[in-house]
Design a protein around this ligand. Sequence first.
Ligand code: NAD
Length: 410
Amino acid sequence: MWEMALSRLDATMAILGLNDGMQKYLREPRKIIEVAIPVKMDSSIIEIFKGYRVQHDTNRGPAKGGIRYHQDVTLDEIKALAMLMTWKCAVVGIPFGGAKGGVIVDPTKISINELEKITRRYIFEIIENIGPEKDIPAPDVGTNAQVMAWILDTYSMDKGHSVPGVVTGKPICLGGSQGREEATSRGCVYTILSTLKVLGIDAACLNVVVQGFGNVGSNAAKILFDLGHRIIGLSDVTGAIHNPGGIDPYKVADYIKSGKTLASYPEAQAIGREAIFEIKCDILVPAALENQITASNAAKIKAKIIAEGANGPVTPDADPILAGSNIFIIPDVLCNAGGVTVSYFEWVQGNLAYFWGKREVNLKLRDIMEKAFYDVYNASQKKKVDMRTAASLIAVDRVAEAVTLRGIYP
Ligand code: NAD
């Protein structure tokens, strides 16, 4: 994933004509932290988990990015995701740089007590490097509002007072923002609605397929369902389901909550997990993990629009194949930027101790997402490049401008 991020950056910098020094500067993360996290497990055995925090850039503001708990976390992946956060914050014009954290652990295989211990020790190990003015973590794959509450508490205990601005994606009662939980999906839907406008597609009832049924995927499916669209395919790590007549994502969520698997949902046909990409649809939302749409399956996709809810779901070698099929891609740095945007709102509200209602949050989110969409779309039309390249050009240019204006210290 790191090679992929660098190759996309190199292509962008070449188009922008950035000098060698700036190219070197933007390729390197500012800080890479690797920590060992010792934890006394419920069995009394001591286990050591490996954790990372990477700050790619802080020229436009404090570093910002989620924390991922997953057994396949690698430093390269975290470096790539941190860089992606830099571009994402720049595309939507919020005053943050980019960061990402990760711990190599399968959170589904440990107890809640062990999860809390891992979180608190991980934060203790990186505590000097985070803070409301330095680096502000948030949820990502495998972490949630409860994990953010432990982060808030650990940091606040260390400082001797409550510091709500240290983390976003917190529970509402601890200073979380209204609308944060579904913000990534809501932002993704705003970019889809703008896409339908520019493509002149009648937005009455479109067929939608969503890969991944976690925070981003399930909320995207629910919001699109509420808007009257037909969810015809869903998948998660357990498998995939298809029903051309439509699937109610609320019922699927309740079914999973009752302890059953998505793949066994009775009101749809179970299909292979990979077959999710072969369903003919109007909108495909990959909202699972990176590298899902590759050169080997891209040609099978029969969607009009791909809205990248996940980070890096399409590999660079799949892009030209999708372009050849005339598929409009809403790139990740734009499409899933709603989460970090409402995280920004949460940070602002926490620092001011003044909280907004959900309507205000959603309206402000819509304004930012629509402006960012049209910035990218207009650039793509003007420069005759695809949406991914246009988003990248805008983001890298904004960060390079900040670096130039600030200069190199000392
Ligand atoms: P999550 O852990 O809540 O959900 C991930 C989902 O993907 C789960 O349903 C899991 O079962 C499913 N999944 C995993 N492997 C799969 C596979 N091979 N096939 C099908 N489904 C699979 O995570 P999330 O927070 O929803 O994040 C999903 C993606 O969105 C990630 O790429 C993340 O970086 C990105 N993202 C998340 C946010 C956020 O606010 N949560 C913001 C921006 C981007």
